[in-house]
Design a protein around this ligand. Sequence first.
Ligand SMILES: [Zn+2]
Ligand SMILES: [Zn+2]
Length: 297
Amino acid sequence: MKLTILGTASQLPTRTRNQNGYLFEWFEEGILFDPGEGTQRQFTHAGISPGKVHRIFISHFHGDHCLGLPGMMQRLSLMEVPQTVRIFYPAEGEEYFRSLCRSSRYTQRIEFEARPLKEGLVEETERYRIEAYALKHSTPVLGYRFIRKPQWRFDRAKLEAAGLKGPVVGKLEAQGSVSCRGKHFTRQELSYRTPEKVFAYALDTGKCENITPLIRNADGLLMEATYLDSAEQALAEKVMHMTAEQAAVYARDNGVKQLILTHYSERYKDPAIYEKAVEKIFKNTHIAHDFDVFDIL
Ligand SMILES: [Zn+2]
Ligand SMILES: [Zn+2]
C-alpha cells in the first residue's frame, strides 16, 4: 500500500504546490483520488505512467478536486489502457460529472464505468472492503475507507519443517489441504494471518461525527489541513474545512498510526508552519509535499 502525493494545494496552486491529486497503489491497482488541474503533468514530474490508474475516486465536485478529470480521462483514452477505468463520485454531483466528461471533444477509445455513490459499502471482495462516509462541507462530500482484510500467508519455516516445497505448495494453496509422504497438512496450520490494514481519505470536511468511523485505527490517514487554529479556527468552521490542529487531535483520539496532512491554504507559503502546530498533539504527523511517497504499513 503506497501513496504518492501529486498535489498539496487547495483552491490556489502555488509555485511549489499543485492542486490535489493522490495515487494510492494497493493489490494490482492504481487508485487516483481527486485529480485537480495539472494532475496529468504531475504524473510526468513524478515519473509515473498515468496508465497505472484503474479507478478514480472523487470526494466532491469543487474544482480543486475534479478539474483534472477530463484531462486524465482523455490521456487514459489516448494511451488505450486495457483496463476499464471506474470513476466513483458522490451521486449528488451527477450533473458536474457529466459536464466534466463532455467538456471537450475527443475520441473515446476505452471503457469508463461511472459509479455514483451514496454513503455506505462501496465494494467488498475476499481481499478487501471499501466504504464511503458522508462528511461535512458546502457541497456533498464522501470520505473513503480502504480496508485490506487479514490474509493467510505461508510460513516458510513451517513449510520447511514439514518438508513441503515446489508444486505441492501450489497444490496446498489451491486445495486448502494436501497429503504428502503419508502425512496430511492443511493450509491453515502452515500459515500465519496478516493483520488488517486500513487507509482513510478525508478531504474536504469540517468537524463532524462521521470522521470517527472513517478514520478509526487507520494505518494511514490522508486528511486536509487547510488552516491553522492559531489564525483561522473561526473561518475553518464557517467554510467547513479542517485546521491542522483539529486533524491531529482526530488522529490522536482515534488510534491512527500515521497522519499525512495536505490541501494547504495558499496563505501559508512554507508548510513547515504546520509542523510546529501539530508536533505536540500527534507526533506521527507528516506534512506532505508534492511528490512525497508514503508507505502505508
Ligand atoms: Zn478543496
Ligand atoms: Zn471543497
